[in-house]
Design a binder for this molecule. Structure first.
Ligand code: CA
Length: 546
């Protein structure tokens, strides 16, 4: 029976409390079975939303482009300042979040790998929740090349989705799942608004006797950036602050990266440049008039155009987060709902003269993560210490759903963040996170690499090999290999690669061992890539500090 929300839900809650107070311990167990009071879970994820564009993180844009609604979650709960993605790109990150496994384990290393199906044995947090009695729904961006599973209901925008008058396909439609839009009708409206409409409609009709798990995934602020019509003039005439590293001198970089990646300002002539792109119609919302500008002014104009478009897309996301929070408030759901806001990875907003993501560098490696659950997560807190990851999201959600016995959990590689979120961290926590990007030179000229980050240092090995046909062999040539090492305490913006500095020799040796240990721990040993192992062994001790 479908019971309408709010009043009925509150009544059930009050009745249950009374029953629970009166019941003996044995009767209580029966009552819990009959009325499942485990927390609801609303998991809101945007696409390419950098911490630097969320005001609770206090970055350079906090005053210019605040996000008051995402900040509301942090104010009533917690903000994680050290949450990192395992592989900074859309499709793989989504697969990690569902499975609790690194890309090499769940098989989704690239944008074209399909998430394994229900018979694959691959863990899927939604499926486990569904089996345990949760109602599950996925609304918005999916971006995995296989049909969603583990959801009672899904409604998604195929592929990347469109900002304006988008296409959607739903589990209740009579056509099978597709990643193509051919044959689908367009829906009038703006993607970010529509998915919130669909989410609240689903919440309206749900079975209130069960807890729910809602994944609400925005397309925004992924490029190409097309703001809602109401935000076309957002921050008009406001000059967006530039990051310190927009005009970085790259001479500190290893030969592996010095000429790689896409540039906003066009300072490195062999890079693809946003300056060139923004002069073309239909790229970032239309051309920028650059006639009469010198090279630096063109770079500044390209940066301004990019940030204006991006932040206007963020504005609609923030408004719609507010709509969801208001819905939970007005329907009596706030007290028993875990709300999470995150993004599939971070994003460069001009740092290192980059846009896009994929690199291990901080701005796209770091994920936003704020969460609230009244009486469980203390309001207004922030964890600046513990190294967290999207690898942990599935186990965290299952922990809150009180699911400990599912056999798939033993196949997951993360940790539950629940003790971190609730301010009771264990004495022992991970001391480093492992990162790997596989799509060698496939987009934005970014070479294949892997690395390790601990609380102070970051070590990266750019192997520069495509490895196999799926990863670009035969299409993209090898690029120069190299190591980089950053002391994040001394150099938080990573503008001083110290790999060849003798004073860091012992720390580099230690981090190399840590990297090897993590590769063994996560079972990413590269035995299938003998040329990579050979190269790594050749270069292992090549730094001048040895
Ligand atoms: Ca993304």
């Amino acid at each position: 029976m479908v019971i309408r929300r709010s009043a009925a839900g509150i009544l059930i809650g009050i009745s249950f409390l009374w029953i629970a107070q009166k019941a003996t311990q044995g009767e209580e167990k029966t009552a819990i079975h009959q009325c499942d009071t485990r927390p609801n879970i609303v998991f809101i994820m945007s696409d390419d939303h950098a911490c630097n564009a969320i005001s609770t993180y206090g970055g350079r844009l906090a005053g210019t482009a605040p996000t008051p609604n995402i900040d509301r979650i942090a104010a009533s709960g917690i903000r994680l300042d050290r949450c990192f993605v395992t592989n900074s790109i859309c499709t793989p990150s989504r697969a990690v979040i569902l499975s609790g496994q690194h890309s090499h384990k769940n098989g989704v290393k690239t944008l074209v790998d399909a998430f394994p199906g229900p018979d694959s044995g691959t863990p899927n947090v939604a499926s486990i929740l569904q089996r345990s009695g949760y109602q599950t729904a996925l609304i918005g961006k999916w971006h995995l090349r296989s049909a969603p599973w583990g959801f009672d209901y899904w409604k998604i925008g195929p592929g990347q989705g469109k900002y304006h008058d988008p296409f959607f396909i739903a589990s209740t439609d009579e056509i099978p799942y597709t990643t193509k839009v051919r044959g689908l009708g367009r829906t009038k409206g703006y993607y970010t608004d529509l998915v919130t409409d669909y989410a609240t409609e689903w919440l309206d009709q749900r079975d209130t006797s069960k807890p729910f798990f809602l994944m609400l995934h925005h397309k925004a602020p992924h490029g190409k950036w097309e703001p809602a019509k109401r935000h076309q003039d957002y921050l008009k005439d406001i000059s967006i602050p530039e990051p310190d590293s927009l005009w970085e001198d790259f001479s500190h970089r290893s030969p592996a990266t010095i000429d790689k990646g896409t540039s906003i300002t066009n300072r490195l002539k062999d890079r693809r440049s946003m300056v060139g792109d923004v002069q073309k119609p239909n790229w970032y919302g239309g051309p920028v008039e650059m006639a009469g500008m010198n090279e630096k002014e063109k770079g500044q104009a390209a940066y301004q155009k990019y940030l204006h478009q991006y932040l206007a897309c963020v504005k609609a996301v923030d408004e719609n987060v507010g709509r969801v929070l208001d819905y939970l408030d007005t329907n009596g759901l706030k007290e028993n709902t875990l709300v999470i806001y995150t993004s599939d990875q971070g994003m460069f907003l001009g740092e290192h003269d980059y846009f896009d993501k994929r690199w291990i560098y901080e701005e796209c490696f770091k994920m936003p993560f704020v969460a609230s659950l009244p009486n469980r997560i203390k309001p207004g807190t922030a964890d600046q210490q513990h190294l967290c990851s999207n690898l942990d999201f599935a186990q965290t959600i299952l922990d809150y759903a009180q699911i400990t016995e599912a056999p798939e959990i033993s196949q997951m590689q993360g940790l539950s963040l629940k003790p971190i979120l609730e301010g009771t961290p264990p004495n022992s926590w991970r001391d480093a996170v492992y990162y790997r990007y596989w799509m060698h030179l496939a987009h934005h000229q970014i070479p294949g690499h892997y690395g390790v980050r601990d609380s102070r240092y970051k070590l990266v090995f750019f192997h520069g090999l495509p490895l196999d046909a799926k990863l670009g062999a035969g299409v993209f040539p090898p690029s120069t290999a190299g190591w980089e090492f950053y002391d994040l305490q001394q150099d938080p913006n990573e503008t001083n690669n110290v790999y060849e500095k003798t004073e860091y020799a012992s720390e580099i040796r230690r981090m190399k061992q840590r990297l090897l240990d993590l590769k063994i721990e996560y079972d990413d040993r590269d035995d299938q890539y003998p040329e990579l192992l050979k190269l790594r062994n050749q270069l292992w001790d090549d730094s001048s500090n040895e």
